[in-house]
Design a protein. Structure first.
Length: 323
């Protein structure tokens, strides 16, 4: 809704500015007349300059933080356009200084004004994007919190702990600790926009270790991890969506495979499993993945790749540029 509102406001500002600009150029100054003044001819060239600046020059130079180069380039464009207007359109025969003093404002004012408008709306859109990221992050936290503390999930996990307490009591404390660490991570540590990669992978290690125990004699779990460097941060609870789906929707007596690799600041996570036919038909796995896509588009815009294939196996590959 905010994006649509910004667009409408931007269009209105552009229309109002051009209407006011034409009015001042043609009527406020007494020496300007419709027939004698070539302003309207030059006006269409001015439109091209302004919108090439908005669509090409500003995005290029601002993205690279080349502010001085951009300022110098705009100054040269304004100077060249003023000389063009003075000598070619108006043919006033004025000196360079006289041309600049009389006509520079006609080129410089629109360029400067629309550059400011572009930067203002870029700032507002970034603020909206930040708010949307916070909202999506909070919603995802709540969804994962619900899934982790859901009575049914907790009941199954506690049943696993209970079974181990009877059959392998020496391993029970470690199991309780893993469950406790995972709940702590979801409840407290994942509230930050980004967390240390090492912390997030510890959470995944615990989750998979617990799933190996819970699905013992039901599924074969293959987990591979190859981390070149832990010195990165990552948005919390992203990878777990893929991994949780793989376990949740896998068929009995099948293999669940998870591989995580970090190399050259690129994280790659591969998850594959044999999926239940009924679940595929109902499209249930897509819910978590659709939420993941939304988060990725907000948190890792132009810095991620997500590929999903379902040919006998359900396979998901996620690539992230870490920072």
């Amino acid at each position: 809704m905010n994006i649509l509102s910004h667009r409408v406001t931007k269009v209105l500002i552009h229309l109002l500015f051009w209407a006011l600009f034409i009015f001042i150029s043609l009527f406020v100054f007494p020496e300007y007349h419709w027939k004698e003044n070539p302003f309207l001819q030059y006006f269409f060239i001015l439109l091209v300059l302004v919108y090439v600046n908005n669509e090409v020059l500003l995005p290029f130079f601002i993205k690279r933080k080349m502010y001085l180069s951009y300022t110098l380039l705009i100054g040269l464009i304004a100077f060249w356009a003023t000389q063009l207007y003075c000598n070619y359109f108006a043919q006033c025969g004025c000196s360079i200084i006289k041309c600049l003093s009389d006509y520079l404002w006609q080129t410089l004012v629109p360029l400067a004004f629309f550059s400011f408008i572009w930067m203002l709306f870029r700032f507002l859109e970034k603020q909206d994007e930040i708010e949307l990221i916070k909202k999506e992050h909070t919603e995802m936290e709540l969804q994962f919190l619900k899934s982790q503390i859901d009575p049914h999930v907790l009941f199954n996990n506690l049943n696993t702990v209970y079974s181990y307490a009877l059959e392998k009591p020496q391993e029970t404390p470690n199991l309780i600790l893993m469950l406790s660490d995972n709940l702590k991570h979801v409840l407290y540590e994942s509230s930050a926009p980004k967390v240390p990669l090492e912390k997030e992978l510890e959470y995944i290690d615990n989750y998979i270790a617990f799933q190996k125990i819970r699905t013992e004699n039901i599924n074969e779990v293959v987990y591979k991890k190859e981390i070149e460097n832990y010195g990165f941060e990552i948005a919390p609870l992203l990878l777990i969506t893929l991994i949780e789906n793989a376990f949740k929707h896998s068929t009995a007596n099948s293999k669940v495979e998870v591989a995580i690799q970090v190399k050259n600041s690129i994280l790659q996570c591969d998850c594959s499993n044999h999926i239940k036919t009924t679940v595929t038909e109902n499209g249930k796995p897509k819910i978590g993945l659709e939420n993941l896509k939304k988060r990725l588009s907000l948190l890792y815009k132009n810095k991620h790749g997500l590929k999903i294939t379902a040919d006998g196996k359900f396979h998901v590959r996620l690539k992230l540029e870490l920072s």
